[in-house]
Design a protein around this ligand. Structure first.
Ligand code: BDP
Length: 660
């Protein structure tokens, strides 16, 4: 029986939330590692709160049982109440384990008022990518774009010896529905490349911890592995020696990890090797690895984040936003069944506001996974509170073909929902304690893409800071909702305006630098001049990017009249005096939102400080410290962005506020 990790740091699922289930008599039926994990959960909760785990015919008031013929599907479960008995049934033990976490979330109502209900994940693959390096990178640190300390998996150049923390992480992830993860960086360094071959045992040790909570482990591999590790002189996907090398590599991996999930590949992107070097397509590249994995039931996740990062900024016809579609849409139908194209949700790079990537709707004959960024690279780096669930809910609800077509959440069911994790070995897991909500919400949205972000926030709050056990539950609830629910909108207000993106410090991407990337080759421009700002991506006069969308979006975005305000500068270069649908001019909107954003951040800081009596001290202090930095940084953004546009445009603020 697996034992539960105890005494590990604050996150959702503190012991306290086990009280309602831990005081019952609980029966678990079913065999195998996941059923054992469930028994371990039950035993732990009952030990803490005076209940009992019973066997055989002994009387009980909570029962987990396998049942055939239900409509839960794999991983789903049904909960029913009969007089004196709450029953959870599922087709497999994974469903029972998810059912357990659901009962924990319901708490007492699972035994009193909860109606009969069936839950099944809408998306089969719900995955986290970790951009963790085994060794510490001189510039990026150990976790690329990580803001929560070092890696949870790798320590002192090896897989961690003490796996208690890894096990606790597996538990947290399972409790919010995540069932897969990759354990190393997509930018595969020479040390990390060897995880595929002579260091596979370290990956196997991690897989052992995750397996018992129903998570399959994946590995990022270098497309050039046949050269780097295999001593071949080529990585050409059509070369028979290369194909044989990958087959053997996959065979070895599965000999160590029978339920290995598959490979994740970043190729021909930001310096990573790829099939272009051999004149081959990305379908050829992906299929090479898919074929090696196929006999074992593995999947290759091939990333669509392919673009030229050495652009000539003076050439306004090159458009980074176009790149993924230009590369991949023509390849639709050419990928193997066990190849998944993993597409970032926006066309550029995880900005605070982007349109949905046109690739997602353009590949009907390809399995597509949608990639989100839980780690807050461009959204405040876990120093700013920025709850991203509302953004993701918008993305997942977007319908690329208009109202009659499927949503992004529905399209992602073919390949999965994937996100870059924000967790590390920080005591609060995510650096900013409130950033835990992003991790939690991602898992829950991957399970149910149309879940309401507000409900998820409440769920997370109830199972983390347990307001019901405090002196003033309503004040705590209202306070946390108020600081988090609108925090993405607040962040957007004081950073890059109207969808234009970037304006961040180059390299580390924290804090403002309006022209930071303006004259660099990365393809992330705002084109502000004395007359106006924004990127003309229209078919009529710009880069033609709007033409990558199906109707109605191709038309909606083409015209500044119909383009939504929040994306105006993503699609159009407009004069500062252009009047938005809101009735404001672009430049006045910039001034107003930047003042408002700072005021909102200041108000959130004050509100948080008023919750000191209701939140554990260490938690409260850590968040308070982050708010100091958020307010400082928000003011810096406001001052730089506003003064930049005042100087460029020469248009004064209509309210005469001081602009530095
Ligand atoms: C960008 C990050 C970079 C990642 C890249 C990726 O700045 O560190 O390697 O995405 O997704 O956002 O591959």
């Amino acid at each position: 029986m697996s034992s539960l990790p105890t005494g590990i740091d604050p996150a959702w699922l503190p012991d306290e939330v086990l009280r309602d289930v831990g005081s019952r008599r609980v029966l678990v039926r079913g065999e195998g590692p996941l059923a054992d994990t469930l028994r371990g959960e039950v035993a732990y909760a009952c030990r803490k709160f005076g209940g009992a785990q019973v066997t055989g015919d002994a009387s009980h008031d909570l029962c987990f049982d396998l049942a055939e013929g239900g409509d839960e599907g794999p991983e789903g479960f049904t909960l029913e109440r009969r007089p004196g008995l709450t029953m959870v049934t599922a087709a497999d033990p994974a469903g029972l384990l998810y059912g357990w976490f659901h009962v924990v979330r319901l708490g007492e109502s699972a035994f009193t008022t909860a109606p009969a209900q069936t839950h099944r994940p809408a998306v089969a693959l719900r995955m986290l990518d970790h951009w963790d390096n085994v060794s510490v990178h001189p510039v990026m640190g150990q976790v690329e774009r990580g803001y929560a300390g070092g890696s949870l998996f790798w320590q002192d150049g090896r897989a961690r010896g003490d796996m208690a923390r890894v096990r606790a992480y597996a538990r947290l992830l399972a409790s919010c529905g995540i069932n897969a993860l990759s354990v190393n960086n997509v930018n595969v360094g020479p040390v990390e490349a060897r995880l595929l071959t002579d260091r596979i045992e370290e990956v196997a040790a991690l897989a052992d911890e995750f397996r018992v909570y129903g998570l399959r482990v994946h590995l990022c591999v270098s497309f050039a592995a046949s050269m780097l590790l295999g001593g071949l002189d080529t990585a050409d996907p059509l070369d028979e020696r290369v194909r044989a090398w990958w087959r053997e590599a996959a065979d070895r991996v599965y000999a160590h990890i029978p339920d290995f999930g598959g490979f994740v590949v970043k190729a021909d992107s930001e310096g990573q090797p790829g099939p272009f070097a051999y004149g081959r397509s990305h379908a050829d590249g992906a299929n090479l690895l898919a074929d090696a994995l196929a006999p074992h039931g593995g999947t290759v996740h091939w990333r669509a984040f392919v673009y030229n990062h050495r652009q000539d900024w003076r050439d306004r016809t090159t458009d980074r936003a176009r790149a993924a579609f230009d590369h991949f849409a023509p390849l639709d139908g050419r990928f193997r069944d066990n190849a998944v194209l993993q597409v970032k949700h926006g066309p550029v790079d995880f900005q605070v506001r982007e349109p949905v990537s046109p690739v997602i709707g353009a590949m009907p004959r390809t399995r597509v996974a949608v990639e989100l960024q839980v780690t807050q690279e461009y959204t405040g780096q876990q120093r700013h509170a920025c709850a991203l669930a509302p953004m993701w809910a918008e993305v997942l609800g977007f319908r690329p073909e208009g109202e009659q077509g499927p949503s992004v959440g529905e399209l992602a069911a073919s390949g999965g929902l994937v996100a870059v994790s924000n967790a590390g070995d920080d005591p609060f897991w995510t650096g900013h304690p409130l950033a835990q909500f992003n991790l939690y919400a991602f898992g829950r949205l991957a399970w149910q893409p149309d879940a309401d972000p507000g409900r998820l926030l409440d769920e997370w709050l109830e199972s983390t800071l347990t307001p019901a056990r405090t002196d003033d539950p309503e004040r705590l609830r209202a306070g946390v909702r108020s600081v988090l629910a609108g925090s993405w909108a607040t962040y957007e207000k004081y950073t890059a305006p109207l969808g234009v993106g970037f304006m961040v410090q180059p390299g580390h991407h924290y804090g403002p630098s309006v022209d930071g990337y303006e004259y660099s080759p990365w393809g992330t421009y705002h084109f502000a001049d004395r007359d106006g700002v924004g990127v003309d991506r229209t078919r009529a006069t710009g880069t033609g990017y709007t033409g990558q969308y199906a109707k109605p979006w191709s038309e909606t975005y083409e015209s500044p009249e119909t383009c939504p305000d929040e994306l105006l500068l993503f699609f159009h270069h407009v004069p500062y005096g252009h009047v938005l649908h809101s009735g404001k001019t672009v430049v006045q909107h910039i001034y107003d939102t930047h003042f408002e954003g700072v005021e909102e951040a200041e108000a959130a800081r004050e509100l948080w400080s008023s919750l000191a009596d209701l939140v554990p001290e260490a938690w409260h202090a850590r968040v308070a410290e982050r708010y100091e930095e958020q307010v400082r940084s928000a003011r810096e953004w406001r001052d730089q962005v506003n003064s930049y546009f005042l100087r460029k445009s020469g248009v004064p603020d209509r309210y005469g506020r001081r602009i530095h």
